[in-house]
Design a protein. Structure first.
Length: 287
């Protein structure tokens, strides 16, 4: 089969993101015409990490496309925890700010957990607050982490059944792995979570009907580690010189997978689009 013959197996994140953004744009138009409210997103970035600045730019371009008012708060790397919490408190009280995004990672002397917990749960666009995480664990999926939310949306759009399927999540972070597992459990999948301490990773991945990989290890998942017809989401990103690689050996794995996301152009655009959807949700509930 030629390379072109595999195109139908690719989950195109850019197309799906455009669809989600169109939905958000329509919702914002309704909110503005019906209630006179324009959703506002405040982004807090501490330090000058190049990757973080790039992510913020991508998110703000999406805001411009859908009609969200975005504002930046750039703080120097030496900012104290007290000053960071003070800014978050100010944003919590600002009625024109409907959602807050704290860009991670933070400088090492700051506590990201304390900062995220300081964000008002109803303005928690990333879905990282313990209150929103707790609701997720009992099946009440309101504001949930954007990447897992985007993966669930992609599964719905591509008509992939989840109930009763064997799902393997590689990586157990609070950002992707743990909430992803919870969302699959909420849909009655059978879930295994693997991580750096898992013995014989291949034994688990070979049994996966749906495989989500978020380890940050270039080409961790080889073709001989996935079964025929698996649906695979590659969340990992590794940059080497001028090239970006995923956790999945895409060129070889696509020969066996029913569906697979590329890197870049797969999960990333959908994650940003889901953030826009969350900002709209925050504005609808806090006007």
């Amino acid at each position: 089969m030629s390379a072109e013959g595999y195109e139908s197996r690719i989950i195109d994140g850019k197309i799906l993101a455009k669809q989600i953004e169109d939905e958000v744009g329509s919702g914002i138009e309704d909110l503005e015409s019906g209630r006179g409210v324009t959703p506002g997103l405040a982004t807090v970035l501490v330090g000058d990490d190049p990757a973080s600045r790039m992510y913020v730019r991508l998110k703000h371009r999406a805001c411009e496309r859908v009609g969200i008012r975005a504002e930046d708060h750039f703080l120097p790397a030496e900012t104290s925890q007290e000053d960071l919490l003070s800014l978050i408190d100010t944003l919590n009280k600002n009625k024109d700010v409907h959602a807050i995004l704290l860009q991670l990672p933070l400088p090492k002397h700051l506590s990201p957990q304390e900062a995220m917990e300081a964000i008002a749960p109803e303005k928690d666009a990333d879905g990282f607050h313990p209150y929103n995480m707790g609701k997720l664990m009992i099946g009440d999926e309101g504001l949930v982490p954007c990447t897992p939310h985007g993966i669930i949306r992609a599964l719905e759009e591509y008509d992939v059944p989840v109930k009763g399927k064997n799902v393997v999540v590689v990586g157990h972070s609070n950002v992707v792995g743990k909430p992803m597992a919870a969302m699959f459990l909420n849909r009655n999948a059978t879930v295994s979570i693997c991580h750096v301490f898992t013995d014989d990773l291949k034994k688990y991945t070979l049994g996966a009907d749906i495989l989500v990989v978020a380890a940050g290890v270039k080409h961790l998942i080889k073709a001989d580690m996935v079964k025929e017809g698996a649906v695979i989401f590659d969340v990992g990103i590794t940059q080497e010189k001028d090239r970006i690689y995923g956790d999945v050996d895409f060129e070889n794995v696509i020969k066996k997978a029913a569906l697979v996301t590329p890197v870049p152009g797969g999960v990333g655009p959908v994650t940003v689009a889901m953030l826009m959807k969350h900002v709209l949700r925050c504005a609808e509930k806090n006007f």
